[in-house]
Design a protein around this ligand. Sequence first.
Ligand code: SF4
Ligand code: SF4
Length: 427
Amino acid sequence: MAEALEQHATPSEGPLAALYEGTLDCVHCGLCLPACPTYRVTGRERSSPRGRIYLMRGVAEGKIPLAELVAEEAYLCLGCRACETACPSGVRYGELVEGTRAEVERRGLRRGRAKQVEHFALRHILPHRGRLRALLALTRWGQRLGLDRLAARVLPARLAELVESAPRLPARREPLPVSAAARGERRGQVAFFSGCVMPELYGAVHHATLRVLAANGYDVAIPADQGCCGALHAHAGDPAFARELAADNVEAFDRPGLDAIIVNSAGCGASMREVGHWLPGLGEGFAASVRDIAEFLDEVGLRPPGRLETRVAYDDPCHLVHGQGVRDAPRRVLEAIPGLTLVPHRDPTSCCGAAGIYNLTHPEMSQQVLDRKLDALAEIEVDYIATGNPGCLMQLERGLRERGLSARVVHPVELLDRAYRQEPEAP
Ligand code: SF4
Ligand code: SF4
């Protein structure tokens, strides 16, 4: 493939021409290959970052047609961006793959019922709070009556797997307040991004986040007119809709006197930091204000939490460690809890296979990627596995349950919250 691409003219039009310059940053060194989950599973060059960049460049040069093979590889990629962290040449792989997917969608290369369902869910359910809430209320009701187990027995195999692997929804929603007041000496004011799925599935994590911010002296505003961040739309080749959602959030968070916009979902945070590129001239200030909760607490300095005797493994969400470059802050914040032992494991920065809706669109590959993660987690003895992203929380919860591993999966901020509710250690 490399030889075929050696002689090239700079393309100015045609599919993926706009990505051509970006593909030239790749010097074909292959250092990213061991970090790539799909390469690790398949051993195939075309399913590696380098192989995919070859394909993109070949399309941009008009030497490879933009057809099913390129589309298939663009979507087999998890979008985990581990290759960006590994790359010494600064290749912006996330932008390349999202640009490729947008062109694949524009040309209608992904078809079929699954694609239609995905499009409907992303455009007509996820960004509409009332519809999403109604759908999840129905699911919650069905799970409580055991209808999910019944449905799994009568549905075709693929659908039955989906129903069986769906996360157990909390028994009831915990609505968020519109604000939370600082406790103790006030240090400042932040706004909180709640997202679309998190309040429905992980309301307890949101409440823990608000309490931890208040315990650290911050007033918290939760703008009511905020909405979905658009990450899943951008990953699914719909950047125009992602930009619309981002523009609404820029407006919702346009408030004076904010120290930061706090996010506790790594996937949302990574896309919110891209808003400066998505909306030039409008989104830069918003993007620069975004902070992951652990990153923010680490930056401003944690007030001393109480004691928590427990053993915890931290697992990096891809969109925090690779997408936002936040690696050490969550570990430092957890280690600041007296009594907490942070237990390392051998594969913390590789993808768990959740990757947005990847575990629904590519269940076999997702499971193989998850299995490698579970192999590493099975080697350690811990009470909790902490990770800061809803997709990872769900994927790891399911994986541990199916493997029969007893550790519980939590968001790091839940452990902090529990520690603050204990008495702080005497100095
Ligand atoms: S984003 Fe992840 S899956 Fe995709 S090429 Fe990079 S390392 Fe591989
Ligand atoms: S590490 Fe970077 S430069 Fe090297 S092959 Fe991978 S993407 Fe290309």
